[in-house]
Write a protein that binds this ligand. Structure first.
Ligand SMILES: O=C(O)CCC(=O)C(=O)O
Ligand SMILES: [Fe+2]
Length: 324
């Protein structure tokens, strides 16, 4: 374990009119964090602290209900596309030891909300809307950090219907086993996350696991595979995992996503225009999502069978062979 920690960024310049120097300083730190770590955390992000605490509190109450009660809010028929909305528990054979409640944007026909605790739905919908706004802001900051034409990412990724949010509960570790969520990279564009005070999130950096200790009011931001591919590896989609602790752990993750019919490939700004070879072949986002889902529903026996974004990677070796 190392003493390194992911950078923390104060987003207040983006909420104060005219603070151009402040904004530039933030962009500088975020750009470096995305290249170095693929992770950073934000404060003064405009998501109210009492709302963050309330959602964790209600989530804790919900997950304490008996299994039969929670199972009433499982995904409805046909709602498993592209992901199962409502209450879900990892299958027994999965190495991941958690249960979760998944929702698409408020108003989506796929959503299944628990009736209890009574305020849960309203609070989830409220925080979802805050995250969706934060997604637009962070996307525009990444757009500038990458030097893309104004609004490029916003126009490329204009349809918000596939964004989703997950309230998670990790079970306490056992004497012999502490995996909560196996190491993985996020497949989407940008992820936001906050956790209760139990801890356990870790990010892989230069072969070492860096803990991301919980800090009240702080939101963790990480870059997903889509941004890594578009930027041709300029920004990293880092490997992370959750290690279970002695007590149950609760977190809330929001996935600023991409719609299924989008084509994803390294942009010319990071390839042709700078004389760099593309590191990935292009793919339809839907195809990648389906391959990742298969990882979840049919956990492979061997780690090398798990599909990562490297599935689309163009190896330098292969290129040289092709050129000859
Ligand atoms: O619960 C956490 O801290 C991490 C969740 C996560 O990485 C994910 O759902 O992709
Ligand atoms: Fe993740």
């Amino acid at each position: 374990m190392s003493n390194l920690c992911i950078p923390t960024v104060d987003l207040s310049p983006f909420h104060n009119e005219g603070d151009e120097d402040g904004k530039n300083a933030v962009k500088q730190i975020i750009g470096e964090a995305c290249s170095e770590y693929g992770f950073f955390q934000v404060v003064n992000h405009c998501v109210p602290l009492n709302l963050m605490n309330r959602v964790l509190e209600l989530s804790r109450m919900f997950f304490e209900y008996p299994k039969e009660e929670k199972l009433k809010y499982g995904p409805g028929p046909g709602s498993g596309v592209p992901l199962p909305a409502g209450y879900n528990r990892q299958p027994e054979h999965s190495a991941d030891k958690n249960e979760y409640l998944l929702m698409f944007p408020p108003g989506s026909g796929f959503n299944v909300y628990p009736n209890d605790p009574p305020e849960f739905r309203e609070v989830l919908e409220e925080i979802f809307s805050h995250f969706a706004k934060m997604g637009l802001l962070l996307e525009s900051i990444l757009n500038e950090c990458l030097g893309l034409p104004p609004n490029f990412l916003k126009e490329y990724n204009h349809d918000r219907s596939c964004d989703f949010m997950v309230a998670l509960r990790y079970f306490p570790a056992t004497e012999t086993e502490n995996n909560g969520l196996s190491e993985h990279e996020d497949g989407n564009c940008i992820t936001f996350l906050f956790q209760d005070n139990v801890g356990g999130l870790e990010v892989l950096k230069d072969g070492k696991w860096i803990p991301v200790p919980p800090t009240e009011g702080t939101i963790v931001v990480n870059v997903g595979d889509v941004i890594q591919v578009l930027s041709n590896n300029k920004f990293k989609s880092s490997t992370h995992r959750v290690v279970r602790q002695q007590e149950s752990r609760h977190s809330l993750a929001f996935f600023y996503n991409l719609v299924e019919n989008k084509w994803v490939e390294p942009l010319p700004q990071f390839t042709k225009e700078i004389g760099q070879p593309p590191r990935y072949k292009g793919f339809l986002f839907k195809e990648y999502q389906q391959l990742r889902m298969r990882n979840k529903t049919h956990p492979p026996s061997r780690p090398e069978d798990v599909i990562h974004i490297t599935h689309y990677a163009i190896s330098t070796q292969g290129r040289e062979n092709n050129v000859k």
